[in-house]
Design a binder for this molecule. Structure first.
Ligand SMILES: *Cc1c(COP(=O)(O)O)cnc(C)c1O
Length: 362
């Protein structure tokens, strides 16, 4: 087999090796089925087992009660920017959005097509280098929901705990940190996440949905964009991304087998700590983009003294077998995406490389 290199890409991103191996082993024929997951009907008993097991395991991982449904939809997290307001902005037709990065801004743009949006806070003036404190939020109170982005993939900032919104429905885009730790789902109305960062392949988006919100969805909505359709038809009104759901199921099983999300969180903190320590101990050679208390455990963003050195480092990492470290164009510099599946050894090797680079270039 071709040697695997370290994959620091932001998304689609690294998947657990065990998951890829199991998928490969069973690609020709699912055990007991004799056909590939790529070939079987979404209406078949074997696929029923796949999707039901995935849902049951997700519920177990996050302790999700029966008040919630789990959907697997298509068109990415980006479609949820529209589906959320179309379905739950009525009847008040108002929502609060906390803006912490480019993805939040895109969510705002779509919500404005449906109703009134209050920007409860934004950190754009400092290139989204931090998460707002609770007392900075200008929440309206009388709105249909508050929307926030739990991890800002591009800027490398992350909420430590969700914003307090009182009785108002809380909606979260958790695309790039879902499953990185245990959260209390009961605090949320909707959590959505494109799978391709921390949960599976692209082409499938998981939506965790509190069932009482369904009554807000108007029957006038386009059938496919109505959450009622998706919940009532178990995400199978049309043909879902069967392979994507299967891989999410394997990733979920992998998380359960390794000890669940508390364990995963410990590993993530340790892993990110190694990299942030390297940055903090570099005497300013490496400079983190995010303020310290807003740092993401998933996407570590940093700059070097000059753009020339950044280019040089990126070029050298490619030779050394590290892929995907170039930062997003809106921040520049470097970004190391170290999602759940990323091995600690890979972070240690990167740090060794960075220390070496600093010694040679400062
Ligand atoms: C990647 C990303 C998106 C967009 O996801 P798609 O599935 O490509 O639509 C939205 N929000 C966040 C936080 C992301 O990281």
């Amino acid at each position: 087999m071709e040697k695997r290199i370290y994959n620091f890409n932001a998304g689609p991103a690294i998947l657990p090796e065990e998951v890829l191996q199991e998928a490969q082993e069973n690609l020709m024929a699912l055990p007991g089925v004799g056909m590939s997951i790529l070939e079987i009907s979404h209406r078949s008993k074997p696929f029923d087992d796949v999707i039901n097991q995935a849902k049951a395991d997700i519920k177990k991982l996050l302790d999700i009660s029966d008040d919630y449904s789990i959907m697997f939809l298509q068109f990415g997290a980006s479609l949820q920017f529209s589906m959320v307001p179309m379905n739950i902005m009525p009847p008040k037709n108002k929502a609060d959005y906390i803006v912490t990065g480019s993805w939040s801004k895109k969510a705002v743009k779509e919500a404005k097509r449906v109703g009134a949006v209050n920007i409860a806070a934004t950190t754009e003036e400092t290139t989204f280098n931090r998460i707002q404190k609770q007392d900075e939020l200008k929440l309206s109170g009388d709105v249909s929901y508050v929307h926030f982005t739990s991890n800002n993939t591009i800027y490398g900032t992350q909420y430590k705990s969700e914003p307090e919104v009182g009785d108002v429905t809380l909606v979260c885009d958790a695309s790039s940190d879902i499953f990185h730790k245990k959260i209390d789902v009961n605090k949320y109305g909707i959590i959505y996440a494109g799978a391709q960062k921390n949960m599976g392949p692209s082409g499938v988006t998981m939506v965790i949905y509190r069932n009482d919100l369904l009554e807000r969805s108007s029957d006038d909505l386009p059938t496919m964009l109505n959450y009622k359709t998706q919940v009532e038809n178990d995400s199978m009104f049309n043909t879902p991304n069967t392979f994507g759901i299967y891989i999410i199921g394997l990733v979920t099983k992998w998380l359960l087998n390794m000890g669940g999300l508390d364990k995963m969180y410990e590993t993530n903190k340790h892993k990110a700590g190694i990299l942030y320590d390297c940055i903090d101990n570099s005497n300013g050679f490496y400079k983190g983009h995010a303020e310290e208390d807003s740092r993401s455990l998933m996407n570590v963003t940093f700059n070097l003294p000059t753009e020339g050195l950044e280019k040089k480092l990126i070029a050298e990492t490619l030779y050394a077998g590290f892929s995907g470290l170039k930062g997003h164009r809106s921040v520049g510099g470097l970004r190391a995406s170290i999602y759940n599946a990323f091995p600690t050894k890979g972070v240690e090797d990167l740090v060794e490389f960075m220390n070496d680079f600093q010694a040679k270039n400062s």
